[in-house]
Design a protein around this ligand. Structure first.
Ligand code: PGA
Length: 249
């Protein structure tokens, strides 16, 4: 049985003070919750406040991005070891908003993924098609390309901590969700690519999350799909009650 991961992606929301307020009111719902792994990915400047407030609760903290170099003259970039020093164990890589607004490519996703793995961060790697690709019947091809390049030069032994997130871009922040069947098909394509790159044994251990308008009222239906190993939640993770309801799907 793969343990499910319920991850909050706060995107560009909340100050350190608001992050602490969130954790203080979310924690009573999360104490003793061992069925799933809970991860919160705040903006960089909120990581220390979130990590401190969540200390001892079992809630993991993740960055929303990283740069692949260790250090250097890379203005605004954040490295793996900086994230870890601030309290992170996880990092989101290749979110569609990074791809769309910040020129992230399949190749930079691969570099970041390799760096996260070698540093010991658990990567949450996002893939997914835009609406035009789905309508043109290209979903499988897009997922195969995104995964194929992301997984380059990574051995099966290194790949076990990888968490994938299938996030159809047309479902992010739109209130539309993929049907369980659509998600099931996409997850199967991603797992097949993982099997090709890392072998069956490793591929069956990799968690594949669904993301895109996950809400308290659809979390149960999505999470009861055997192929869906958790959720990456944007908008509905900003409110502690709503995120708690998702965690307790
Ligand atoms: P959403 O975002 O839940 O607001 O659709 C999901 C994501 O972008 O990770």
């Amino acid at each position: 049985m793969r343990k499910k991961v319920i991850a909050a992606n706060w995107k560009m929301y909340k100050t350190p003070h608001q992050a602490k307020e969130f954790v203080d009111s979310f924690l009573p719902h999360a104490w003793g919750h061992t069925r799933d792994e809970i991860v919160i990915c705040p903006p960089f400047v909120c990581i220390p406040a979130t990590a401190e407030a969540a200390q001892g609760s079992g809630i993991a903290i993740g960055g929303q991005d990283l740069y692949w170099e260790q250090e250097g003259a890379y203005t605004s970039a954040i490295s793996a070891h900086m994230l870890m020093a601030a309290g992170c164990t996880h990092v989101i890589i290749g979110h569609s908003e990074r791809r769309q607004y910040f020129s992230e490519t399949d190749d930079t996703v691969n570099r970041k993924l390799k760096r996260a793995l070698s540093a010991g961060l658990k990567p949450i790697v996002c893939v997914g098609e835009v609406i035009q690709e789905r309508e043109a019947g290209l979903t499988d091809e897009v997922l195969r390309r995104q995964c194929g390049i992301a997984f380059r030069d990574i051995s099966g032994g290194e790949a076990i901590p990888i968490i994938m997130a299938y996030e159809p871009v047309w479902a992010i922040g739109t209130g539309k969700t993929a049907t369980p069947e659509m998600a099931g098909e996409a997850h199967a394509v991603i797992r097949a690519e993982a099997a090709k790159a890392f072998g069956e044994g490793v591929a069956t251990q990799i968690r594949i999350l669904y993301g895109g308008s996950v809400k308290p009222d659809n979390a149960k239906a999505l999470m009861s799909q055997p192929e869906i190993d958790g959720a990456l939640v944007g908008g509905a993770s900003l409110d502690p009650k709503s995120f708690a309801a998702i965690v307790k799907y």
